[in-house]
Ligand binder design. Structure first.
Ligand code: UDX
Ligand code: UDX
Length: 465
C-alpha cells in the first residue's frame, strides 16, 4: 500500500515538527496537520517564521521548505480525515484531573474524540497511527470505537511512539536512534506496518526501524521515559550526598559515565526534570501497575517522582536558608523558566514550583527567559492555585533584558541551562546587586571559580563547599 495523503490531528510540539520532517523528506506525500485550536493553526501558517507556535532550532527552515508545497496546516479536520490514507493522532493526553485515576491515569477524552470523528467522516479504509503517548492497550479502545461506529471502512491501528526530545526535535527526527512501529500480526496488520516503514525508510536506515506488536510498542515508550527520568532522579539523589560530603557531582557523573554499561548521557544533576512527558508517563505506569495489583512495582517508579519533587523543594529551601532564613521583600531573579534550554515549552518546568515556594516566602521575583512569554509564566503559576492571579502578577516581574532582571537582586537562581547565561558580563551584574551577591546554579552551568573571583557567593547543585 502506497501512502499519498497523510493527516495529523494535533499541531503541537510533537505533531508539528514530526509532520514537517515527513513532508520535507517525502515531497510526493501531501501532509495536512489539523488542530481544533485556530490560533495555533494561524501561527503555523504565519508568514514570519519566527512566529511559529513551537520554537525548535532549525524548525523554521524545515517548515519553509515544504509549507504550501506538500505541507499544510488547517482547521478543517473533517476534510483532512476524508482525504487521508493514513491518520496520525498526536493530540495531548494529560493526566486526569477528575474521577477514577485522578492525578495518575492518562485522560483519553481527546483520543476518543478523534476516533469518533474519524469513524464519522471516513468513507475509505485508513491506517490510524498513535503518536501520542498512551497507556498500554489504547489501540484496542480506538479500534473498538472505529469498528463499532464507523460506516464500513476497515481500520488498521499502529503504535508509533515519538522519541524526540524538545530543543533537539529536528535533529532527533532526522537522525533517530530508532523508529518503533507496533502493529497487528494479521496480513492487513503487516501491510499497514510496511506502509509506515516505507515512509520512514525515505531517510532512516532500515536497521533502525523496529517493528513489534502493538502492546510492546506502547509500553516501550512509557518504559523509555521512566528509565530516562530515573537516571535524572538517581543523579539528583547523589547530588545531595555530594553537597554534604564535599564531592563534586560532575566528577562523579564523569567517573561512572565512562563505564560503558552506564554510559555518559542523562547524568547531569539539576534542579529537577520537567517537560510534558516524564512525570505524566511515570504516573501512567504507576497507575497501570496498581491496576494489576503490582504495588511494589508502582512504589518503585513513584519514588522517581518523589525525588524530583524533593529536589525542587530542596533548591528553594537552600535559597531561603542561605539568605539568612528570610527572603521576604527581597528580589530574587530567575534566569530561565523553560523546562530545558532551546525550547519555549514550560510544562512541568521546575522553575514553576521553585517560584511558587519563594513567592509563598514573600520574595519578589524577577524572571528572564529568552523564549518564554510573560503570559505563559503567569498562567503556569495560576494553575497551581496557590494564590490569586493578581497576587502572582504582583509577586513576579518579567524582564526582556537579563541585566535589568538582575539589577537590585539579592540572589540570582539559574533554572534553565540556556547557553547565553554563561557569557553574560557577570562583573556588570555583580556591581548592580546588593552585597553579598548570591548565585544559585540549579543547572551547574556557570563558571563558579570566575564568579567567586568577582565576589559572588555561589551555590551549585551537587557541589560541596
Ligand atoms: C504530544 C502527545 O500528544 C503526548 O501524548 C506526548 O506525551 C507528548 O507529545 P504535544 O504535541 O506535546 O503532545 O502536545 P500539545 O503541544 O499540547 O499538542 C496537542 C495539540 O492537539 C494541541 O494543539 C491541541 O489543540 C490539539 N488537539 C487536542 C486537537 O486538535 N484535538 C483535540 O481533540 C485535542
Ligand atoms: C523526553 C524524552 O527524552 C523523549 O525521548 C520523549 O519523546 C519525550 O520526553 P523531553 O522531555 O523533551 O524528552 O526532554 P529531555 O531532554 O528528556 O529532558 C527532560 C527533563 O530532564 C528536562 O527538564 C531536562 O532539563 C532534565 N534533564 C535531562 C536533567 O535534569 N538532566 C539530564 O541529564 C537530562
Amino acid at each position: 500500500m502506497i501512502i499519498k495523503n497523510i493527516c495529523c490531528i494535533g499541531a503541537g510540539y510533537v505533531g508539528g515538527p514530526t509532520m514537517a520532517v515527513i513532508a520535507q523528506k517525502c515531497p510526493q506525500i501531501k501532509v495536512t496537520v489539523v488542530d481544533v485550536n485556530a490560533s495555533r493553526i494561524d501561527a503555523w501558517n504565519a508568514a514570519d517564521l519566527s512566529k511559529l507556535p513551537v520554537f525548535e532550532p532549525d524548525l523554521d527552515k524545515v517548515v519553509a521548505e515544504s509549507r504550501g508545497r506538500n505541507l499544510y496546516f488547517s482547521t478543517d479536520i473533517d476534510e483532512a480525515i476524508h482525504e487521508a490514507d493514513m491518520i496520525f493522532i498526536s493530540v495531548n493526553t494529560p493526566t486526569k484531573t477528575y474521577g477514577k485515576g485522578k492525578g495518575m491515569a492518562a485522560d483519553l477524552k481527546y483520543i476518543e474524540r478523534c476516533a469518533r470523528q474519524i469513524a464519522r467522516v471516513a468513507k475509505q479504509d485508513k491506517i490510524i497511527v498513535e503518536k501520542s503517548t498512551l497507556p498500554v492497550r489504547t489501540a484496542e479502545a480506538i479500534k473498538s470505537i472505529l469498528d463499532n461506529t464507523g460506516n464500513g471502512p476497515q481500520f488498521q491501528i499502529l503504535s508509533n511512539p515519538e522519541f524526540l526530545a524538545e530543543g533537539t526535535a529536528v535533529q532527533d527526527l532526522l537522525f533517530p536512534d530508532r523508529v518503533l512501529i507496533g502493529g497487528e500480526s494479521s496480513e492487513e496488520g503487516k501491510q499497514a506496518i510496511q506502509a509506515l516503514v516505507a515512509i520512514y525508510a525515505h531517510w532512516v536506515p532500515r536497521e533502525r526501524i523496529l517493528t513489534t506488536n502493538v502492546w510492546s510498542s506502547e509500553l516501550s515508550k512509557l518504559t523509555a521515559n521512566a528509565f530516562l527520568a530515573q537516571r535524572v532522579s538517581s543523579i539528583n539523589a547523589m547530588s545531595e550526598i555530594c553537597e554534604k560530603t564535599g564531592a563534586d557531582i560532575d566528577e562523579v557523573a564523569q567517573a561512572i559515565g565512562m563505564d560503558s554499561r552506564i554510559g555518559p548521557k542523562f547524568l547531569k544533576a539539576s534542579v529537577g526534570f520537567g517537560g510534558s512527558c516524564f512525570q505524566k508517563d511515570i504516573l501512567n505506569l504507576v497507575y497501570i501497575a496498581k491496576t494489576y495489583g503490582l504495588h511494589e512495582v508502582a512504589q518503585y517508579w513513584e519514588q522517581v517522582i518523589k525525588i524530583n519533587d524533593y529536589q525542587k523543594n530542596r533548591f528553594s529551601e537552600m535559597i531561603v536558608s542561605t539568605l539568612y532564613n528570610t527572603v521576604s521583600g527581597k528580589k530574587i531573579t530567575f534566569l530561565g523558566w523553560a523546562f530545558k534550554r532551546d525550547t519555549n515549552d514550560t510544562r512541568e518546568s521546575p522553575a514553576i514550583q521553585v517560584a511558587d515556594n519563594l513567592i509563598s516566602e514573600q520574595a519578589q521575583l524577577g524572571v528572564y527567559d529568552p523564549k518564554v512569554s510573560p503570559e505563559r509564566m503567569y498562567t503556569d503559576l495560576d494553575h497551581l492555585n496557590t494564590r490569586s492571579e493578581q497576587e502572582n502578577r504582583a509577586a513576579v516581574q518579567v524582564y526582556t533584558s537579563p541585566y535589568d532582571a538582575c539589577h537590585g537582586a539579592h540572589a540570582i537562581a539559574v533554572l534553565t541551562e540556556w547557553e547565553e547565561f554563561k557569557s553574560y558580563d557577570w562583573q556588570r551584574i555583580y556591581e548592580s546587586m546588593p552585597k553579598p551577591a548570591f548565585v544559585f546554579d540549579g543547572r551547574g552551568i556557570l563558571d563558579t571559580m570566575a564568579l567567586r573571583a568577582i565576589g559572588f557567593v555561589c551555590y551549585t547543585i551537587g557541589k560541596g563547599s
